[in-house]
Design a protein. Structure first.
Ligand code: DC
Length: 223
């Protein structure tokens, strides 16, 4: 039997940083499901497919091959044979992912892939619907959140550190739009699973959040 830890929450709550660190500590694999939706969004844009056209998107998605590989422990996203790990990490790819993820046919395909990954080995998986739809039997579910202002501020600093142009007001607007879109879609919207532990990271450091999750893992004998 494999052990599963599900971490869900809105954009910019720090899920990937935290999930990666927890996975490393537990020697579980880390699965970033957002990267799969981002790859799917990029594919649609590359092929000129209108993201609001459900039929066209679902038909195109059925022929797309997305897979996950690990290189020195780091997740690589492979889109039809091409490694797109670097390409998916842009604000644009995040917006495309949010738009493509509303379509049930896209979700069905990616959820199946995620469930296969979660059944084969011990995983920490992060996303929007991991505790509710992908791994409903996970031994530990976390709903990680933070205020919009805090999330936007963190993203702003991250972009600045990378030397990229950043506009705080613009980032806040994008985060609000993505929150709305992710939590109002019909198919598996972003919601806290009833048995998920709510963690608000607004006033916590990354290390404090990691420590809190490791404490919960120890209580459930996942360490
Ligand atoms: O976690 P992220 O920012 O990489 O996710 C990008 C988008 O993908 C997010 O706005 C909504 C969608 N997504 C989803 O619908 N379900 C998931 N499990 C993960 C991401």
């Amino acid at each position: 039997m494999s052990y599963q830890i599900a971490i869900d929450g809105p954009a910019g709550a720090g899920k990937s940083t935290i999930a990666r660190a927890v996975a490393e500590r537990l020697r579980y694999i880390y699965v970033d499901t957002g990267a799969m939706y981002r790859a799917m969004g990029l594919y649609m844009e590359d092929h000129g497919i209108d993201l609001s056209d459900r039929e066209a998107v679902e038909q195109a998605a059925s022929g797309v091959n997305i897979s996950i590989e690990y290189e020195n422990g780091a997740q690589q996203v492979i889109l039809n044979g091409e490694n797109v790990t670097g390409r998916v990490r842009t604000e644009r790819a995040g917006m495309l992912a949010s738009a493509v993820s509303v379509h049930p046919g896209v979700r069905k395909k990616l959820v199946q892939l995620q469930q296969e990954l979660g059944s084969r080995q011990n995983v920490v998986m992060d996303g929007r619907d991991i505790g509710t739809a992908v791994l409903p039997g996970a031994q530990l579910k976390i709903f990680l959140t933070a205020s919009v202002a805090v999330r936007a501020g963190r993203r702003f600093l991250e972009l600045q550190e990378k030397g990229q142009k950043a506009d705080l007001v613009e980032i806040e607007k994008d985060i609000e739009q993505r929150d709305y879109q992710d939590s109002h879609r019909e198919a598996s919207p972003l919601t806290r699973a009833r048995d998920a532990v709510l963690l608000d990271s607004s006033e916590l450091t990354v290390q404090e959040v990691i420590d809190e999750i490791l404490k919960l893992c120890a209580e459930r004998e996942l360490l």
